[in-house]
Design a protein around this ligand. Structure first.
Ligand code: A4P
Ligand code: MG
Length: 196
């Protein structure tokens, strides 16, 4: 994967997208399109996975995917971008863990840890959710969830099933912006790397 940083320090960010209402694939793609740009470079997107709903609410299967990004934005600004993507997909909040056109969560923002309910880092339930960990592992076999350890190990300790890759479906990553000054790019830290 190519990693460019045209304008100074950027942090590794892992985002999780889910949809189980309306045109699920189109909702995920709209999410990508709204998330991209202005301080949030999308670097890689996983396959689409069809996943059984988690959380006890009777609802349709989800389509889930994970994005790796590099960002010069603060975590709160990334969260605001996630909310903008959800709003663009017409999300209405009626029931916690209920059906939604689009949910975008921050799984991890480099190694940052926060217990703030408005933005908990890493995401408080990512470590127990195969619909997040399976697509993340597809993108990065060495992925580490801060405070919880290697993603591969978390998955190995979980019951298998409920997460099915859909090779017939595909999300398109918007193009990365061209660096202002070619040759000045610096490596971008992986999500799970130190924030400094
Ligand atoms: N919030 C705190 N930390 C974060 C974070 N790291 N990323 C706050 C994003 N948001 C975070 O979220 C509620 C509040 O969490 C926000 O105001 C934000 O400030 P929400 O998106 O409004 O509501 P929600 O999505 O219903 O709640 P939550 O807790 O995000 O739900 P989950 O845990 O994400 O579960 N089953 C399958 N198969 N696939 C899914 O994608 N998703 C859910 C939602 C349930 N079951 C699922 C799936
Ligand atoms: Mg959410």
């Amino acid at each position: 994967m190519t990693r460019h940083d045209a304008a100074g320090r950027k942090h590794g960010v892992v985002l999780s997208l889910g949809s189980n209402m309306g045109d699920r694939l189109a909702n995920l793609q709209l999410g990508l399109d709204v998330l991209a740009g202005d301080g949030l470079d999308l670097l890689a997107v996983s396959s689409v996975y069809q996943t059984a709903p988690v959380g006890g609410v009777d609802q349709a299967d989800y389509f889930n995917a994970v994005l790796l990004a590099a960002s010069s934005l603060a975590p709160s600004e990334v969260l605001a971008r996630c909310a903008a993507a959800e709003a663009a997909a017409g999300r209405v909040r009626t029931q916690r863990w209920g059906p939604r056109t689009l949910d975008v969560d921050i799984v991890a923002y480099c190694q940052q840890v926060s217990a703030d309910p408005a933005l908990t880092l890493p995401h408080p339930r990512a470590h127990e959710r195969a619909f997040v960990l399976v697509p993340w592992l597809e993108l990065d076999g060495q992925a580490v969830l801060p405070g919880f350890g290697p993603v591969a190990g978390l998955l190995a300790a979980m019951p298998a099933g409920g997460v099915r890759r859909r090779p017939d479906l595909r999300l398109e990553l918007p193009d990365l912006p061209v660096p202002d000054q070619p040759g000045t790019s610096t490596p971008i830290p992986e999500a799970g790397a130190p924030c400094s």
